[in-house]
Write a protein that binds this ligand. Sequence first.
Ligand code: GLY
Length: 336
Amino acid sequence: MVISVSLGAKSYPITVESGALAQASRELSLDRRVLVVTDSGVPREYAAAVTRVCRKFHVCTLPAGESSKTLDNYRLLLQEMLRLGMDRGDCVVAVGGGMVGDLAGFTAATYMRGVDFYNVPTTLLAQVDSSIGGKTAVDMDGVKNVVGAFHQPRAVLIDTDTLQSLPRRQIAAGLAESVKMAMTCDEELLSFIESSDDLQRDLPWIITRSLAIKARVVEQDPTEQGLRRVLNFGHTIGHAIESHSGGSLLHGECVAIGMLPMCAPTLRPRLTDILRKCGLPTAAQASAVQLLPYLLHDKKAQSGSITVVEVDTPGSFRMERRTPEEILSRMEDAVL
Ligand code: GLY
């Protein structure tokens, strides 16, 4: 199955297929110098499937985890590219989850003012969300994604077989982003997740459906001037919880907790059941008072309020400006 992201000259295909890694030479143009970026948690054979078809390559394997998404590692990747004598005709390939994609993508966006970038996401979260849409970034001084750029990949290759080796907790974290898209844009997807008797078996369908939603949103608003903010549903409180947790919670787990306060009280029991079914947490181990400083630092809160996404009816949403205090008071109401 191929889903297209139509962005004029920046259009690209997303291939979703069992065994897609074996098609790397068909889907990616690798007859050049290639920097392959992966991490220590990604099975080595995934990067090997890519390097097997590169003319010349170098693999950078970073320690797994968000704490690797730093300016230091960004510099390290740039240094490797310089050392290899890479020029504007060469490319970067990310093989891994969101951290690898964000960091490798940002490196590709900025090396010599931009080189080609391919994304081969191997976690569910990256497959349904972060690998498409061109958001690339690194964290700095404890602020997530504060240095970044929009740089669309040339192609995204999703091998659904990679999910077989993924821990259950990582699958659950990825499902949180699909629930996010379902809650805001696709009631049918929400009902599907709710009634599935085997979520693992149904992942390929959930992935393609989520990608279709994301592709349509990105096509209409590639640089997040308006509509694309819908993809931040659950992320305002979610990011605060993630920062407060100091890395003990996964991004998707924080988004799960962050969505509940942002939907209508009547919807919360249904969403709670769906999140629990996915294996996700539904309550934060932090109080509103503890989270307030993180919301005040939110890069979107400079004018005193933040645009948040609220859901009253599944499959639809509205955007509202709210103060950090208003957002957190919803959190206190949402504990079920
Ligand atoms: N993950 C949110 C976005 O791509 O806009």
